[in-house]
Design a binder for this molecule. Sequence first.
Ligand SMILES: NC(=O)C1=CN([C@@H]2O[C@H](COP(=O)(O)OP(=O)(O)OC[C@H]3O[C@@H](n4cnc5c(N)ncnc54)[C@H](OP(=O)(O)O)[C@@H]3O)[C@@H](O)[C@H]2O)[C@@H](O)CC1
Ligand SMILES: Nc1ncnc2c1ncn2[C@@H]1O[C@H](COP(=O)(O)OP(=O)(O)O)[C@@H](O)[C@H]1O
Ligand SMILES: [K+]
Length: 501
Amino acid sequence: MRLEILTPEEMGSVDRKAVDAGPLDGYGLMQNAGAVVAAAILERFAEAEGFLVLCGPGNNGGDGYVVARLLVERGVQVRLFAETEPAAGSDAARARRACPVEPKSYSEFEPVERWLVVDALFGAGLSKPVEGREAAIIERVRTSGLPVVSIDLPSGVSGLTGKPLGAAFQADLTVTFFRKKPGHVLVPGRQMCGELLVADIGIAETTLNRAECKTWENHPALWRAALPEIGISAHKYSRGHVAVISGGATSTGAARLAARGAARAGAGAVTVLSPANALSVNAMHLTSIMLRRADTVEELEAFLSDRGPSGAVLGPGAGTGERTRSFARSLLDRAGAAGGLVFDADAITAFRGDPETLFAMIKASAAQVVLTPHEGEFGRLFPGLEDAPEVSKVERTREAAMRSGAAIVLKGPDTVVAAPDGRAAINVNATQHLATAGSGDVLSGIIAGLMAQTMPAFEAACAGIWLHAEAGRVFGRGLIAEDLPEMLPQVLQSQFPEHVR
Ligand SMILES: NC(=O)C1=CN([C@@H]2O[C@H](COP(=O)(O)OP(=O)(O)OC[C@H]3O[C@@H](n4cnc5c(N)ncnc54)[C@H](OP(=O)(O)O)[C@@H]3O)[C@@H](O)[C@H]2O)[C@@H](O)CC1
Ligand SMILES: Nc1ncnc2c1ncn2[C@@H]1O[C@H](COP(=O)(O)OP(=O)(O)O)[C@@H](O)[C@H]1O
Ligand SMILES: [K+]
């Protein structure tokens, strides 16, 4: 599967390598790009009565001239709008000369009913906010309601960040080339593309140095091989034992959701470690999941010594005070080499004043650590890496992983996972039904459950996010967090039948 995601800059270097290797030059690639776009348009929009092609000054516009020419050759009506001539000697200038349609200026642009707009204004070379006459055309197209096919990217959407830079098209179909770019999978770019087609334009697969690729679309192909297998002689503890730290009497549900997530993800045993004042409320709601008292670090450490769990979740409902901070220190200190720790919610917020101390402990620990912040929690731990218009969520998450020494799961509709070694994956199967209280708690449990079964942190985080999202997607409307663990068996059995024996 072609799961690699290339930044516009990386794509530019692939293009250059492809041209150097031949046989196609830049103009040849542009011809192929135009041809795949024209074919996709004719196949999907056969009922369109004519085409309004908008060409920008660069190679994206060059692709537009090729599309216009090919559509004219098919005998359909085409009007072309361009404001700036392509640079002399460029591939786009050659495509412009070969195009039989004389461009009109943008000011002459008029929407025509039942026609289709081909957006070839800007692609990978978007370098500043779209304003003025281009913004005016985009607004006219939007109010006309005409369908839009965008070449490479909806003009105005940054291929790097997925965010609009000024005005931007909402496309019905976007045709990009060779590989997806971050802007096609990060929101809001993902929705602004409409349907996304990744087309082959004759760039050899060998042009891409796969070993250098560090960013992927999250998909089972990335981590299927690392999914835990249950051996025939398994016993409950050999399948992994997860400890989940509960909060006090009025905030115990989050830990139980995480515990249930860990159990359904396949951990053979799960223990909730509860303050004394919450033991009875936890006991009333737990059956197969075990319960043990842990008010103090000494009690936690006694449990760690007795039972040697292979995974733990700290944070959901745990409180942001000294108990949580001291439990974090103890878990990082005492977890064996195979231990997998997930710090979520309050375990993240508890270190807001002193993230460097947490990062130093993580780096010194033998445990594999995953931090699962939402944007608010992320900002508390990583000042300076907050969301900003021109920064990519992938790069922010990657930088946070390097700073902290943990795998970072930055949650949202486009959850990004990054590892300290630079690997990153963008998740695309989530549904908005996951935006429900406690859904993140279940996720932390699923990831810990997978790590407790010896799945490495990055793979466990990617698998956990995908399974969690798939459970939400399959369940659909009316989802509450309690439903997520209960959907996992169905998702696991339908997607990975070989793992259920
Ligand atoms: N490389 C290859 O082999 C292949 C590439 N292909 C195609 O090439 C596309 C990339 O082409 P590209 O690099 O020429 O950039 P492109 O997106 O046309 O824009 C650059 C121009 O727009 C201008 N400009 C930017 N933002 C602006 C704004 N907001 N408002 C106004 N102006 C703005 C910018 O100005 P400047 O930054 O120089 O001031 C410059 O003049 C790629 O998306 C794909 O479609 C295919 O043919 C397959 C083979
Ligand atoms: N609009 C959305 N679309 C898809 N997934 C979402 C959306 N909103 C939230 N999620 C997912 O739901 C979960 C919410 O986690 P979190 O914010 O920690 O909530 P809670 O603290 O209530 O458990 C995360 O996995 C997140 O990625
Ligand atoms: K475009």
